[in-house]
Design a binder for this molecule. Structure first.
Ligand SMILES: CC(C)(COP(=O)(O)OP(=O)(O)OC[C@H]1O[C@@H](n2cnc3c(N)ncnc32)[C@H](O)[C@@H]1OP(=O)(O)O)[C@@H](O)C(=O)NCCC(=O)NCCS
Length: 162
């Protein structure tokens, strides 16, 4: 597997992954009907670094890294991750998570925060805990899950030293 900065030529592959993840409506608080243009504007937004993970020449995952806030909050990174359903459970998410932590350290961030981890997204919650993120807050019923109804959302955080 190879993780690298995304190029313009990766936009189609990224949209395909993004669309599939968002259409499922069970992990991201993003309109499942978002257009390709809006999605790519978000994923390649100003101040956002965009990466892709390739396996056997195919893009199977993508992530973004950016400051979580501006000004006095800009030393805390934020990231978002997506892996194609057929490539999940094979270590792609973990590799991208570790890559993002190294990138964040390299860029001088002091901590990383995930603002909206849906509590029913067990693979994500477990993965982030394994990467030493702590649940620092719970937002009661902050996500409307398509099957489970109103479920809690976690804010997860870790320092980057060490
Ligand atoms: C969350 C996501 C990025 C994880 O990617 P992945 O490639 O499947 O993750 P990995 O294969 O690296 O698995 C890492 C860990 O996740 C957990 N995990 C993976 N599949 C799981 C499953 N079906 N059930 C529970 N935990 C699971 C395990 O803890 C695993 O650790 P291990 O390697 O020790 O077994 C991926 O599932 C995804 O894109 N989901 C949709 C979008 C999303 O939820 N993004 C994150 C929002 S916070």
């Amino acid at each position: 597997m190879n993780i690298r900065a995304a190029a313009a030529a990766d936009r189609d592959a990224i949209w395909k992954i993004f669309h599939e993840v968002v259409a499922a409506a069970d992990t991201y608080a993003i309109d499942p009907k978002i257009s390709r243009e809006e999605a790519l504007a978000y994923w390649f937004g100003a101040g956002t670094r965009t990466y892709v993970a390739e396996s056997q020449g195919r893009i199977v995952g993508t992530y973004i890294l950016r400051p979580n806030q501006s000004g006095g909050g800009s030393h805390v990174a934020n990231a978002g991750f997506m892996v194609v359903p057929e490539a999940r459970g094979q270590g792609m998410g973990r590799a991208m998570g570790e890559h993002s932590l190294n990138e964040a350290r390299r860029l001088g961030f002091r901590a990383m925060q995930f603002n909206f981890v849906v509590s029913t997204n067990q693979s994500a919650v477990r993965l982030w805990q394994e990467l030493n993120f702590e649940i620092v807050g719970t937002l009661p019923g902050a996500f409307r899950h398509p099957e489970k109804g109103y479920v809690d959302v976690y804010v997860m955080y870790r320092f980057l030293s060490g």
